[in-house]
Design a protein around this ligand. Sequence first.
Ligand code: RTP
Ligand code: MG
Length: 143
Amino acid sequence: MAIERTFSIIKPDAVAKNLVGAIYQRFEAAGLKIVAAKMVHLDNAKAEGFYAEHSERPFFKALVDFMTSGPVMVQVLEGENAVLRHREIMGATNPADALAGTLRADYADSIDENAVHGSDAPASAAREIAYFFSDAELCPRTR
Ligand code: RTP
Ligand code: MG
């Protein structure tokens, strides 16, 4: 299995609950390496562009309002099978359906405020990484 990259957001609810370190610990314990990271407060245009695929869905406005309600941590994770591995660590979109021990089971309050985002495929990972980071901001691991 080749080394892959995926894109992660620690959403405003989890940042507000001081869970950045706890969530990073889960990534690192799973062998996912952080190769870029920053804290940002999204504006409407940035959040709407990020979730453009959902623009016709009934929850879109609530999603954008939530994602702009406070700062988020955005990061690029690197590792074997990183896209799928990261989705497994996050758990199901609705925390009520998430397996025990996943981030959403442990830290999310609802489907609307569900703590974390992760890319759902390698192609979306590449698009989402480029939406937040320049090539120069990525720090490939050499050891
Ligand atoms: P994400 O993109 O945030 O990682 O979440 P996901 O892939 O697990 O879920 P997705 O279908 O992409 O939905 C994006 C976010 O929209 C909210 N949502 N609400 N009320 C609803 O039925 C509903 N469905 C989705 C969630 O907050 C989800 O994370
Ligand atoms: Mg999604």
